[in-house]
Design a binder for this molecule. Structure first.
Ligand code: AMP
Length: 605
């Protein structure tokens, strides 16, 4: 991270700069520093960056700066692998463009009503953020026209490849005007991604944030996997359940330092924030108070805490993941000073898992998974702390006035010392109750999708999947899918029959995609798939709701209506004998019998 660069040096137009500063961003992240000037200059760009590095702003800010506000046709198209990411990116554009008059951004993803999307498209949007399947649908229907497009962004290109969207992506790229700017972001750079970059990008600059390896010693490093909305709860538990002298909590924005400090203050912590808005005198005063035990917790941004050297800090909490391993090393270096032991805890959301691995790799240190302190642990610590205060009071205070009162009350109330002490204890602990073992429900780790590192959605039913990949209505060409491992399933499963088979060119991945998306069944609940000539069978949970079955019956895969039914095991329902397709030993389907022609798309909703 650069110490000197600020957003105002990036030559962004005033309305965009104002929005960014208002969001509390102090400094551009490394990927932003590298990418923004190049994209602002109109260059194509290939960026290697993971979620959590600030890559969305790295492309959104400069592309917004190049937008023609007078023009209402789509000028920027962002392709994203999942609807969650599409929504997130669209929200980011909206936030960065809040001072740009008459600005419109539209997310387009599968599962959303076409009528709503068509209305919004008619109104006009300068920025479209969509999943490849739905964008293809709109292009095929002629409801999305890209003639005026100035820039296209491929976000998480390797994910799109992994999910089998890459043919759609290529088709969409081919449908954009030749002079448009291209920015491609990918966490990894497999050959197919490089090939696409070579084909579609012109004289592209390549931006990669090198993760320098550095050693960190004497610091115990752990991480907690959680969703953003669980962070505050997790933080307060850690501050109660962990042993530390003083702690520093790292967040990304100035506004977050203030917000969290305020919330911790309200819970009784001696806390202050440290951010770039504070003048030098104020900063120094805060650090003095920390050194003098007047403060126990500091909530800081990276730059504000740079060089902070306070021996008392024995716990660093990375509330927001740092942009790269260098920032991580700087942060955790705030503890373990002067040869003392230190602890560092990192909050990671499922989408940021890759960044966690990059950090681990760069620091050559394992970061161990930790579980949050339980209610029992917190209860125990509160009791111990109360007992310590009691012992100190007995030792240090002159209690004769109170002893007289106790003697007097024992008689008047006709009670015992134990009852009286218990009642006083009860009254004294009201602000911070001691009996809380059962009052801290387990904070559940968000579960990632099968083979995927994604955050869960709201979860509509028990099979609800996490961040959902988007697939087109009629699942045509799907290349480069990783092999589907054979599954050992637990629980009640039934074999279902679907009316699409080898002769239609179907692949196991098409079936998983269709069922996962249309029935909202996580792919981990989709069992073995057998492909026959005219139909296929698939193992699914036995208790799929009737309405889901009804819906699945009408879903098309390779132009065939699935017409799903419980498999009776006999070929009688089929006009052809049950001849199973040879599968590879890894359970994946064998090579496809020739490329199936691209079929016209059918709307799914
Ligand atoms: P991304 O890697 O694009 O998913 O961004 C991760 C998070 O970092 C988002 O919540 C952004 O709002 C935030 N963010 C991006 N850039 C900055 C910045 N320069 N300063 C503070 N926060 C940022």
């Amino acid at each position: 991270m650069s110490e000197s660069m600020s957003f105002s040096q990036l030559a962004l137009p005033e309305p965009i700069l104002r929005a960014v500063l208002e969001l509390g961003y102090e400094h551009p992240s490394p990927i932003q520093e590298a990418a923004i000037p190049k994209l602002l200059a109109g260059e194509d760009l290939l960026g290697q960056a993971q979620t959590g590095t600030g890559k969305t702003a790295a492309f959104a800010l400069p592309l917004l700066a190049r937008l023609d506000p007078a023009q209402n046709d789509p000028q920027i198209l962002v392709l994203a692998p999942t609807r969650e990411l599409a929504i997130q990116v669209a929200e980011a554009f909206q936030a960065y463009a809040r001072y740009m008059p008459a600005f419109h951004v539209l997310p387009l993803y599968g599962g959303q009503n076409y009528t709503t999307q068509l209305k919004a498209l008619k109104r006009g949007s300068q920025v479209i953020v969509g999943t490849p399947g739905r964008i293809m649908d709109h292009l095929d229907r002629g409801t999305l026209v890209l003639d005026k497009l100035r820039a296209i962004v491929l976000d998480e290109a390797d994910e799109m490849l992994r999910m089998g969207f890459i043919d759609d992506v290529q088709t969409i790229m081919d449908a954009t005007p030749p002079g448009r700017q291209v920015a491609m972001f990918s966490a990894t750079m497999p050959n197919q991604i490089r090939a696409i970059a070579q084909k579609h990008l012109k004289n592209a600059s390549e931006v990669k944030i090198e993760s320098k390896t550095s050693t960190v010693e004497r610091i115990q490093q752990r991480y907690v996997m959680l969703d953003n909305n669980q962070k505050l709860d997790a933080l307060t538990r850690i501050l109660e359940g962990e042993e530390y002298d003083a702690s520093i909590i790292f967040v990304r924005t100035k506004s977050a330092t203030e917000e969290i400090a305020e919330k911790l203050g309200a819970r009784g912590y001696a806390v202050a924030c440290l951010n770039g808005d504070m003048n030098q005198a104020h900063r120094e005063q805060t650090i003095r108070r920390l050194k003098a035990d007047q403060l126990d917790v500091i909530v800081a941004t990276d730059v504000a805490a740079r060089g902070l050297d306070v021996e008392r800090i024995s716990l660093v909490i990375n509330y927001d993941i740092p942009y790269d391993s260098e920032a991580y090393v700087h942060r955790i270096g705030r503890t373990g000073r002067a040869g003392r032991e230190g602890k560092a805890i990192l909050f990671v959301s499922p989408r940021e898992r890759r960044l966690l691995r990059t950090i681990e790799h760069a620091t050559r240190q394992p970061i161990e998974k930790m579980s949050l302190p339980t209610g029992q642990v917190i209860e125990q610590r509160r009791i111990e702390s109360f007992r310590a205060q009691l012992a100190q009071t007995i030792e240090a205070k002159n209690l004769s006035f109170f002893q007289d009162l106790v003697n007097d009350w024992r008689e008047k109330l006709e009670t015992t010392d134990v009852d009286m002490a218990a009642a006083l204890l009860y009254m004294a602990q009201k602000d911070q109750p001691l009996n809380v073992a059962n009052q801290f429900p387990e904070i559940r780790e968000p579960h990632s999708r099968d083979r995927d590192d994604r955050a869960p959605s709201s979860g509509r039913d028990k099979f609800a999947r996490g961040d959902r990949p988007e697939r087109s209505g009629d699942r045509a060409e799907r290349g480069d899918r990783p092999p589907r491992p054979r599954r050992e399933l637990k629980g009640d499963y039934t074999n279902y029959r679907i009316e699409v088979g080898k002769e239609h060119g179907v692949r196991a991945g098409d079936i998983v995609g269709a069922i996962a998306n249309e029935a909202n069944i996580d792919s981990q609940f989709i069992g073995n798939i057998k492909l026959f000539d005219h139909f296929s069978t698939v193992e699914l949970p036995a208790n799929i709701p009737a309405e889901t079955m009804q819906h699945l019956k009408k879903v098309y895969v390779r132009k065939q209506k699935l017409n799903i039914s419980v498999d009776t095991g006999s070929p009688a329902t089929s006009s052809a004998p049950r001849r199973e397709r040879t599968e590879r030993s890894d359970g994946s389907p064998g090579p496809r019998p020739g490329a199936a022609p691209r079929a016209p798309r059918k709307p799914r909703d």
